[in-house]
Write a protein of this length. Structure first.
Length: 260
DNA sequence: TTAGAGACCTGAAGGC
DNA sequence: TGCCTTCAGGTCTCTA
């Protein structure tokens, strides 16, 4: 959202084109009509949802799914450019090969009560997140901590990469049950989660396959991974071979020695 | 009520 | 070189 803000904030959406409406959920039939000619009054983010507010009292809720990206001023029409936003300053294309992403438009006043937004837990970089919240999340839950942290209702916007890396940094094995975490484990996790996110943001995110910033620049945080995608390679801290297990259908990478 | 598996869709990578 | 299989950054729905 930081990448596209300079092109659209304060600008009129002179053209909105929906080329493919069959994303994860169908793009609303009145999407183009409600946006074209509207002025973008601001942008924002909640969990993994990007937000675009307009002077017509609407807000676009945008999700990139797993393979989606926003392309700034694309020089040519690429395959999978499903929705185009054009202002006097440039063009933004929502490109998403797998179409796991989505676009919604809702009255801004109803944004907080929209099911997608209302279900979000506290932001891990916000004031409501901390050891007290994590203690409440894990108390009484027999789910593995990995599963708990990936659940956006408990903590907003944590993805598989960053949960794996945060668990490593905190020295907590992904299979540990919520009820089995100690006070010290929770304190370390409460510190590790925002720390990993801040490092990743500073590095421009993680480019593995599809991800790129709107400018087309790649992220570099993947070079700092300690465990994610490093199965069979030595731990950078202790040399033990990094392991991989599947939890809830997602790969979890961990160091059997550093994470207990 | 909760946890986990399956599904959605496409492309890249690796094996044969 | 080409075909087939596996896997992937997310999240909803269904089932046990």
């Amino acid at each position: 959202m930081r990448g596209i803000a300079p092109l659209i904030e304060g600008e009129v959406l002179s053209r909105v084109e929906v080329r493919r409406p069959d994303l994860r959920w169908p793009v609303p039939a009145d999407f183009r009509q409600r946006l074209q000619g509207a002025c973008v009054t601001g942008t924002g983010r909640r969990a993994k949802y990007g937000l675009i507010h307009t002077d017509r009292g609407d807000t676009v809720i945008l999700h990139l799914g797993m393979s989606g990206r926003l392309r700034l001023d694309p020089q040519d029409a690429a395959a999978h450019d499903h929705v185009i936003f054009e202002t006097a300053r440039g063009t933004v294309a929502l490109n998403d090969p797998r179409r796991f992403g989505s676009l919604h438009i809702v009255p801004t006043e109803a944004l907080d009560s929209h099911p997608l937004i209302a279900a979000c837990g506290p932001e891990p970089l916000g004031p409501a997140f901390g050891a007290d919240h994590l203690r409440a999340v894990t108390r009484g839950s027999t789910s593995p901590i990995k599963t708990l942290l990936l659940d956006g209702r408990r903590v907003a916007g944590l993805g598989n990469i960053y949960v794996c890396e945060a668990l490593f940094e905190a020295g907590v094995r992904p299979t540990r049950r919520g009820t089995r975490l100690t006070r010290a484990d929770i304190e370390r996790l409460a510190t590790a989660i925002p720390h990993v996110l801040q490092r990743a943001i500073a590095a421009g995110g993680s480019t593995l396959r599809d991800y790129a910033q709107p400018s087309g620049d790649l992220g570099y945080f993947q070079h700092d991974f300690h465990v994610y995608g490093r199965e069979g390679r030595p731990c950078r801290r202790c040399g033990t071979v990094i392991g991989r297990i599947v939890q809830s259908g997602r790969s979890s990478f961990y160091c059997p020695s550093c994470q207990r």
